[in-house]
Design a protein around this ligand. Sequence first.
Ligand SMILES: Nc1nc2c(c(=O)[nH]1)N[C@H]1C(S)=C(S)[C@@H](COP(=O)(O)O)O[C@H]1N2
Ligand SMILES: [Mo]
Length: 419
Amino acid sequence: MSNSSAPRTLPIARRALVAAAATSFAGAARAATPDPAIVNLPDWSQSLGDGVQAHPYGVPSPFEKNVVRRDVEWLTAGQQSSVNFTPLHALDGTITPNGLCFERHHGGVAAVDPDRHRLMIHGMVAKPVVLTMQDLKRLPRINRIYFLECAANSGMEWRGAQLNGVQFTHGMIHNVQYTGVSLRTVLEAIGIDPRAKWVMAEGADAAGLNRSIPLAKMMDDCMLAFAMNGEALRPEQGYPLRLVVPGWQGNMWVKWLRRLKIGDAPWETREETSKYTDLMPDGRARRSTFVMDAKSVITSPSPQTETAPKGRMVISGIAWSGRGAVSRVDVSLDGGRNWQAARLDGTADPLSLTRFYADIDWNGQELLLQSRAQDSSGYVQPSKADLRKIRGVNSIYHNNGIQTWLLRADGQCENVEVS
Ligand SMILES: Nc1nc2c(c(=O)[nH]1)N[C@H]1C(S)=C(S)[C@@H](COP(=O)(O)O)O[C@H]1N2
Ligand SMILES: [Mo]
């Protein structure tokens, strides 16, 4: 095509594109003509806006003020040993913004001065060391995106649908990019006794939370992280130093990390005996369930999202697996009778959240919305009924059953179960 013909043909091509798009925007036709939002100049176009230093640290639009972490008052006795939840219903993509990452702590948020913080590594090592934050920041760095899911996520749903919102049923998860050093680098430099098999990680908070973690996992992919999503860790997430244990239950990701003790057997701490074990129907406890199995949930529409209009609808959700990458997500509109493959968007990175979409036409009839994840190991997320057949209903932890939302004719969703 010659240059001179381009200006003549382009407008025609553009008009054709607009016309084609207009047919698929049929549902967006406005009742009022002319549209006042078009003919009247809005306030924000009639005066100058805030100057550059109005918010030295940026904050969301006031119109997004409801997008916040929320707690469930009756769940815990107080605020210090408690939890709040990520507003999954209002988020998209895969990265959780730092200010919206759910918090779970057993003794409140420790206010740690990084200059006075130390990490001691001792036990079955050639020579014990005490490291400052500056020491750690002089080691070679890596960046990795991982999900962190509390083992108690969806724990309130074992005996039936209870909490009406994806924030509360699934919001004990976040997915951020960590910056730090690989633990292998540090442990190899220190010299580990060849008979060593376990590492105890301990936090500097009032709870002194501690967990035994297999040395093999520590050497494989664990990290000492000091930054999340490009900035220093938030105090709630363990500033200035947190252990990252990819794919494994959140409780092991010790925050305000102050000590690693190398040993040859687990320490049987409170968090791995009385807590984070699952009471089975025969009265025995299922233990050492470190890996978080594949799970998914539809985040929109869901009980906290705006009333859904009829017509084109973007069903959106997240999927993850502690065993690898999410390889497939299926969506059902009829409570699990029929399934269709959802579209996985972006790169399905191992041990990190994957976003899926299903684009549908909704004619206003009731739907029973479900999603089902499958991971690179071949594992398929089970129905709640199948999970209960094996696990009973005495558990708190490790509920990765398929979630159902009833989308009612009025465009609102409700947490339900199908049998
Ligand atoms: N030192 C310390 N580390 C801790 C905890 C704690 O209370 N103290 N809570 C654990 C639990 S139970 C979970 S689920 C995760 C929560 O991480 P988050 O607060 O970044 O969401 O941190 C873990 N690490
Ligand atoms: Mo947790």
